[in-house]
Design a protein around this ligand. Structure first.
Ligand SMILES: [Zn+2]
Length: 155
């Protein structure tokens, strides 16, 4: 009786069982593209952009504010009939001022981050914010993903 050559070192059945058991489909997670950190030269340029933007906004804010105050003085001497519309205009002007002041504050925060070397990082997930996004919005606090998530969360 001729036996088959014994291959004791490779038990085929157990091997294949182990193989099948270990086949777990890899999790289908889209690899997140790593955003490169912002370059120092870009930070310098964006810093200048922030300063210019801040100056421009401050000019606008003080201009608008004095305009609103002038209107207020004018209103007090005017007839009551005109009063309503002027108050309305003044409200709009002041809310614009508030909005611009909020941007100035964001710019100030961005400037602090630059000085602390934290500029260009998302405040939520700490990922690097894309350079293109910073070019468009140098005082962006969140990466695009987090910004969109926050906006959609608000409804
Ligand atoms: Zn983020």
């Amino acid at each position: 009786m001729k036996g088959l050559p014994r291959r004791t070192n490779l038990p085929p059945l157990i091997l294949s069982k182990t193989f099948i058991g270990s086949v777990v489909p890899p999790p289908k997670v889209a690899p997140r593209k790593k955003v490169p950190p912002i370059q120092a030269a870009d930070v310098v340029r964006l810093h200048d952009m922030l300063i210019v933007k801040k100056r421009r906004l401050q000019g606008t804010v003080s201009g608008m504010r004095s305009e609103a105050l002038e209107k207020d003085e004018a209103v007090s001497h005017d007839s009551i009939a005109d009063h309503g519309t002027d108050m309305f205009d003044q409200d709009i002007t002041l809310s614009l001022v508030e909005n611009e002041q909020a941007i100035i504050q964001s710019i100030d925060e961005a400037l602090v981050k630059i000085s602390e070397g934290l500029y260009g990082k998302c405040e939520n997930c700490a990922d690097n914010i894309r350079k293109e996004r910073l070019e468009a919005l140098p005082f962006a606090r969140l990466c695009l993903d987090c910004q969109e998530a926050q906006e959609s969360g608000r409804g």
